[in-house]
Design a binder for this molecule. Structure first.
Ligand code: NAD
Ligand code: IPM
Ligand code: MN
Length: 368
């Protein structure tokens, strides 16, 4: 019997709504797999935690995460206006999410941009641009760069306010994420797009040097170097050319949301954040204050994050595949949440109904 402890960090906004569907799925997976048990530990995180305890990442949550085999996170964050109610350093992004990433050194962030041909109509891009469908893996460095560099705000000798934020990497940090990207490329199409900005940033000059060094250990992988601004254009004009893309933290934040745009919604963007000892899983999107509480959030990113957890933390590859297929079958049957159906063709369903239909489909699939 395998017992897995999973810390559940539902968070804010639509976080608890989509987490509920993830829990439904996990319970079904447990039911289907007699040799697997999940111990789920629901804990406070984000603004919800701040308002309850005065801390966005309270000690009890840290302890639950330390004890867990994997962490499943919903979404954190408040609307622009609501955020002002919390001191800057306790706001859920700085006070909870970045400390979570740092605590477990989750340096490798996998953000699949996946759109099978059957659901290509969800994309705002023309069918001929999508071609046979999209299957891109964005690999984003997650614990370095501008996000974690030194920060200073102050007033200079002329009385003017200033700010300074440092984009910092050392060669080991770069080497470890680049190595992951080559390893993933080797198992896929053996083409790695290295996204950089070496015409301006010294950090990219070092980054590219390391790409060349690591490339020597992966002679079967072709490297294509693209400046980040151009990459943003190619993602719109010809996304199907990409297989694995690797980039630093900030570039990855922006281009992965662009990935969501190309798919048709951030609701289709699960992610895995892998550390040396512990990994956590979360949708790439935020707390969506504009639709929170309406029961219409798309839980695909959250349930997809469960699939990534099953595969990457618990070695349950077949069950993960079943789950992807179950989610796709819901779309294939003509259902979608309102974020996706701009053409009015799909039957619109709620967050809970999507979760139920995924479970219905999964329940019919043979267990490996
Ligand atoms: P957002 O990702 O929350 O929303 C952007 C747009 O996408 C909105 O129109 C929203 O309705 C839509 N959307 C996102 N997820 C959806 C889903 N599952 N189903 C349907 N529609 C969905 O980005 P934002 O509005 O810029 O940020 C809101 C808050 O979320 C901010 O406080 C931000 O800091 C935070 N945030 C948190 C995370 C995280 O928890 N990892 C990630 C990104 C943003
Ligand atoms: C993401 C989010 C976070 C990031 C924010 C909420 C700190 O946008 O996970 O993409 O910028 O990394
Ligand atoms: Mn983001």
């Amino acid at each position: 019997m395998k017992n897995y402890k999973v810390a559940l960090l539902a968070g804010d906004g639509i976080g608890p709504e989509v987490m509920k569907e993830a829990v439904k799925v996990l319970k079904l997976v447990e039911e289907r797999n007699a040799d697997v048990a999940f111990e789920l530990n629901d804990v406070l995180f984000g603004a919800a935690a701040y308002f309850e305890t005065g801390k966005a990442f309270p000690e009890a949550t840290k302890q639950a995460c330390d004890e867990a085999d994997a962490i499943l996170k919903g979404t954190i964050g408040l609307s622009h206006e609501e955020s002002k109610k919390i001191p800057v350093d306790e706001q859920p992004e700085r006070g909870a999410l970045l400390p979570l990433r740092r605590r477990y050194n989750t340096y490798a962030n996998f953000r699949p941009v996946y759109l099978p041909k059957g659901v290509a109509h969800f994309s705002p891009l023309k069918a001929e641009v999508i071609g046979e469908g999209l299957d891109i893996m964005i690999i984003r460095e997650l614990v370095g760069g501008l996000y974690f560099g030194e920060k200073e705000t102050g007033v200079d000798e002329n009385g003017k306010r200033f700010v300074r934020e440092v984009l910092e990497y050392d060669e080991d940090q770069i080497r470890q994420i680049i190595t992951v990207a080559f390893e993933v490329s080797q198992k896929r199409k053996k083409v790695l797009h290295n996204i950089h900005k070496s015409n301006v940033l010294k950090s990219s000059v070092l980054w590219n040097e390391i790409v060349e060094e690591v490339a020597k250990d992966f002679p079967d992988v072709e490297v294509k170097n693209i400046l980040v601004d151009a990459a943003a254009t190619y993602l719109c004009l010809n996304p199907a050319q990409f297989d694995v893309m690797v980039m630093e933290n900030m570039f990855g934040d922006i281009l992965s949301d662009q990935g969501g745009g190309i798919l048709g919604s951030l609701g289709l963007m699960p992610s895995a954040c892998k550390g040396p000892e512990k990994s956590y899983y979360e949708p790439s999107h935020g707390s969506a204050p504009d639709i929170a509480g309406k029961g219409i959030a798309n839980p695909y990113s959250m349930i997809g994050s469960v699939a990534l957890m099953l595969e990457m933390s618990f070695g349950m590859e077949q069950e993960a595949k079943n789950l992807w297929n179950a989610m796709q079958s819901v779309f294939a049957a003509g259902y979608s949440t309102p974020d996706l159906s701009k053409d009015g063709e799909a039957e619109l369903i709620t967050t809970a109904k999507f979760g139920d239909l995924v479970c219905e489909a999964l329940a019919k699939m043979p267990v490996a």
